[in-house]
Design a protein around this ligand. Structure first.
Ligand SMILES: [Zn+2]
Length: 256
């Protein structure tokens, strides 16, 4: 049995034993009912944040960060609903394929903070990136997922931070370990890299990941995310001081 299918069955059984409801419509049963799954977006789009971090490669998002997709991301990340790994991985695979990166391709998840992984006992971004690679390989592509990036200490949770604060929080916060790179160079000499994340907000996380990969000589072909936040103009009555917090975003997702 293929690894992806076995994982899906295990995830579905675990969620069934725990007693599930659809995260999209609250119907009892599967954590994502067939009708909500059928309604998921299937056309990724470029999702340039405003303002765009200088030098950012094209970011692709499978969906806007709202509705069922937002509920899926949050439930997978915060409530560990593992059966959502499959559909989230499928959305990420669509976005990664849209980058048209030249194969072989390495999907590299942005690193989660060590404290978050310890607390959750699970790294959701790595999990959906690995699933996206399995799905793309099953479709005949030369794609693997590799955890190349590691967080440096001192990065705080990004939720609630504005664009400039996120950029400052993340500057120099990720690195590639030399031993990992040496092994990688032996096996995937000419691979192009796609940075993967669940939600694109200001683009600061993706830009920092791109910087850390380029710093060790890897070519970053694009960014792929499940979803991107919608950007709206701030309401006219808001004062200059208060909308300096994060005017571009409609809401702050629970990103790392
Ligand atoms: Zn549903």
């Amino acid at each position: 049995m293929p690894a992806g299918l076995l994982d899906d069955l295990t995830d579905a059984l675990t969620d069934l034993l725990l007693g599930g409801r659809c995260v999209g419509c609250d119907r009892p049963g599967r954590v994502l009912c067939l009708s909500c799954e059928a309604g998921l977006p299937d056309r990724p789009r470029p999702a340039w944040p405003t303002p765009t971090p200088p030098g950012l490669v094209t970011p692709w998002a499978a969906a806007p960060y709202d509705g069922v997709v937002r509920a899926m991301v949050v439930a997978h990340k915060e409530n560990r609903l593992l059966a959502l790994r499959g559909p989230l991985g499928a959305l990420l695979a669509l976005a990664a394929a849209s980058t048209r990166a030249r194969e072989p391709v390495l999907l590299v998840p942005v690193p989660s903070r060590r404290a978050s992984v310890r607390q959750r006992g699970y790294d959701p971004t790595h999990a959906i990136t690995a699933r996206a690679a399995v799905l793309l390989r099953a479709a005949g592509h030369d794609v693997v997922a590799r955890r190349l990036l590691h967080p440096r200490p001192g990065v705080v949770d990004q939720a609630g931070l504005g664009a400039a604060e996120r950029a400052a929080n993340l500057a120099g916060s990720m690195c590639c370990r030399t031993a990992v790179l040496r092994r990688l160079a032996a096996r995937h000499r000419r691979a192009s890299v796609v940075v993967c994340d669940d939600v694109l907000t200001t683009g600061a996380t993706a830009r920092e990941a791109q910087r850390a990969l380029e710093a060790v000589g890897l070519g970053v072909a694009g960014v792929a995310t499940v979803a991107a936040t919608r950007r709206r103009l701030p309401p006219p009555q808001v004062s200059r001081r208060s909308h300096s917090a994060d005017p571009a975003l409609s809401r702050s997702p629970t990103t790392d």
